[in-house]
Design a protein around this ligand. Structure first.
Ligand SMILES: *[C@@H]1O[C@H](CO)[C@@H](O)[C@H](O)[C@H]1NC(C)=O
Length: 206
C-alpha cells in the first residue's frame, strides 16, 4: 500500500514539475521581453525629454523673434513742407532741414520738430534724401550722422530747376542721430509735390 502511495505521489509531483518547466512558460524569455520593454520605455522617455527641450527652445526663439519684430519696425518718410510752397535758405550757417510733412513714422524715431532721426536699436539702416532747387540758385545738402557728413547733393545755379538725390546704408548704434543739413548760402525749394524729402528705415537689427 505504501509503495503504491509513493508511486502515485511521484507521478503527481513530476506532472507539476513538468508544468513549471514547460516550454509554454519560459521565464527567461518572459524576463527578456520585460527587459526589452523597459529599455524601449526608457528610450521613449529620453526622446520625450529631448522633444520637450526642443519645444521649449523653439518657444523661446519665437518669443524673441516676436519681440524683435515689434522693436524693429522702424521706417519714416517726410517731405520738407507740410503745406504751401517756397524756398528754404539762404542762411549764414548750416541748418538742419526739418521735414514737416510726415508720410510715415513707424517706431517714432524721426522727430518732425527737429528733423532728427535717432536710431532706437543697433542695426543696418538705409537713408535717402532728395533735394530740389529753382534755376539760378545753388543747392547743397548733406546727410549727416552725429554731425559728420556721409553723402551730399550739389546743384550749382542750374539754368532750369535742379534736382539731386543720394543715400547710404549705415550701421548705427542706439542713439546715433541722422539728419540732413542745408549748406550755408544755398537754397532748396519745396511745394505740395514734395520734391524735397527725407526717408530712412531699418533693414535689419544687429
Ligand atoms: C528737376 O525735377 C523737376 C521735377 O521733376 C523737373 O521739372 C525739372 O526739369 C528737373 N530739373 C532738371 C534739370 O532735370
Amino acid at each position: 500500500m505504501a509503495v503504491l502511495q509513493i508511486v502515485l505521489l511521484f507521478c503527481v509531483g513530476s506532472s507539476i514539475a513538468e508544468d513549471l518547466f514547460s516550454p509554454n512558460v519560459n521565464i527567461i524569455t518572459e524576463l527578456e521581453k520585460l527587459k526589452n520593454m523597459e529599455e524601449r520605455i526608457q528610450k521613449l522617455e529620453n526622446e520625450n525629454e529631448a522633444l520637450k527641450t526642443l519645444l521649449q527652445e523653439s518657444q523661446i526663439k519665437i518669443e524673441h523673434f516676436q519681440k524683435d519684430n515689434e522693436v524693429n519696425k522702424i521706417a519714416f518718410s517726410a517731405g520738407l513742407m507740410a503745406s504751401g510752397q517756397g524756398q528754404t535758405g539762404p542762411i549764414n550757417s548750416e541748418e538742419i532741414l526739418v521735414y514737416k510733412k510726415v508720410f510715415s513714422n513707424i517706431g517714432n524715431a524721426y522727430d518732425s520738430n527737429t528733423g532728427i532721426f535717432t536710431a532706437p536699436v543697433k542695426g543696418v539702416y538705409y537713408f535717402r534724401f532728395y533735394g530740389h532747387c529753382h534755376g539760378g540758385t545753388t543747392m547743397a545738402i548733406s546727410l549727416q550722422k552725429n554731425g559728420v557728413t556721409q553723402c551730399s547733393v550739389f546743384a550749382w545755379k542750374p539754368t532750369s530747376n535742379g534736382n539731386g538725390s543720394n543715400g547710404v546704408v549705415l550701421t548705427l548704434e542706439p542713439g546715433d542721430k541722422m539728419y540732413t543739413k542745408l549748406w550755408r548760402n544755398t537754397w532748396t525749394y519745396d511745394d505740395p509735390a514734395s520734391y524735397t524729402s527725407f526717408s530712412g528705415f531699418l533693414i535689419f537689427p544687429l
